[in-house]
Design a protein around this ligand. Structure first.
Ligand code: PBG
Ligand code: ZN
Length: 333
């Protein structure tokens, strides 16, 4: 038998599988589904209110009634998961972010309203972090001007318990303190909230892509930056270490954030853990696409589809994205 001559032009033709949409769909390796999308919301400490966020076209801060209406209409489109960020009542910020632990605060009130209107038809995730509630804007408690890891754990765990009691399905700590997943798990279990899960922002980089979010949530640090607690963008092996630690501490889901500049990290974490993995397509990634699309420089739908496919191809099971509503309403998948 003669060895096949792989060099004969035309014998091997990968393009045979690209002839026509039906054949391409048949062999497609990646599928992004509506059920994988999580829509973030910024909640105002009021009943009514729609405040467009200039740096995030298409996204508004919503009062609780407007939030419920938006989530109801998204649910009719098929979007079943939300991630809530709150703003403190009366803009009340202090050194320890005490309004983050107020059972009558913005996020607990919003959770109860959503549960009342939609019951268990939706999955409610809540961001757990102090930065929108502290006067200094850091994600933890300051001691002598620096964020003190262990002093921050109690207040963060308490915030998680308040969200759980109000009816959150999953709490999502984004502060990047060491040991906070264990602290939250223990606090939830002690308070009879063992059914409430933890989606850990396990791998969260100190990223310039959060710029628009900090305008939206009024959560910029008043001095310094977050590099003392968020990860260095140069590191990937460390991401695997962070992910393993959070899994060992009892996280139910892991997250990598941001997404697009960190697809290699999503891939590595995917290989290192069998926990469900979320990618957070953050505010700056959203705003960059919107700005280019507004100028007619990019085809928004095609770009968003390609970006979401890249995240799933890299290994994400879920995507938190401000594009979620448009993706579904406009049929971009
Ligand atoms: C709060 C938090 C941030 C984001 C999510 N939770 C901002 C930050 O860490 O500065 C960013 C989300 C986005 O940019 O869309 N810790
Ligand atoms: Zn924070």
């Amino acid at each position: 038998m003669r060895e096949p001559d792989v060099t004969r032009p035309g014998r091997v033709r990968p393009r045979r599988l690209r002839r026509g949409a039906a054949l391409r769909d048949l062999v497609a390796e990646t599928h992004v589904r509506t059920s994988q999308l999580i829509m973030p919301h910024f909640v105002l400490p009021s009943t009514a209110g729609v405040e467009p966020i200039p740096s995030m076209p298409g996204i508004s801060r919503l009062g609780v009634d407007d939030l419920v209406r938006a989530v109801e209409s998204d649910l009719r489109l098929g979007l079943r998961s939300v991630l809530l960020f709150g703003m403190p009542r009366d803009r009340a910020k202090d050194a320890t972010g005490s309004s983050a632990r107020d059972p009558e605060g913005t996020v607990p009130t919003a959770i109860r309203a959503l549960r009342g209107a939609l019951g268990s038809d939706i999955v409610v995730f809540t961001d757990v972090c102090l930065c929108a509630y502290t006067a200094h804007g850091h994600c933890g408690i300051l001691v002598n001007g620096v964020v003190d890891n262990d002093r921050s754990l109690g207040p963060i765990a308490e915030m998680a318990v308040v969200h759980a009691r109000a009816g959150a399905d999953m709490v999502a700590p984004s502060d990047m303190m060491d040991g906070r997943v264990a602290a939250i798990r223990d606090a939830l279990d002690r308070q009879g909230q063992s059914d409430v899960g933890i989606m850990s922002y396990a791998v969260k980089y100190a990223s310039a892509y959060y710029g628009p979010f900090r305008d939206a949530a009024h959560s910029s640090p008043q001095h310094g930056d977050r590099r003392g607690y968020q990860m260095d963008p140069r590191n990937a092996a460390e991401a695997v270490r962070e992910a393993r630690l959070d899994e060992a501490e009892g996280a139910d889901m892991l997250m990598v954030k941001p997404a697009l500049a960190y697809l290699d990290v999503i891939h590595r974490v995917r290989e290192a853990s069998t926990l469900p993995l979320a990618a957070y397509n953050v505010s700056g990634e959203y705003s960059a696409v919107k700005a280019a699309a507004e100028r007619g420089w990019l085809d928004e739908g095609a770009i968003v589809r390609e970006n979401l496919q890249a995240m799933v191809r890299a290994g994400a099971d879920m995507i938190i994205t401000y594009h979620a509503r448009d993706v579904v309403a406009k049929g971009w998948l």
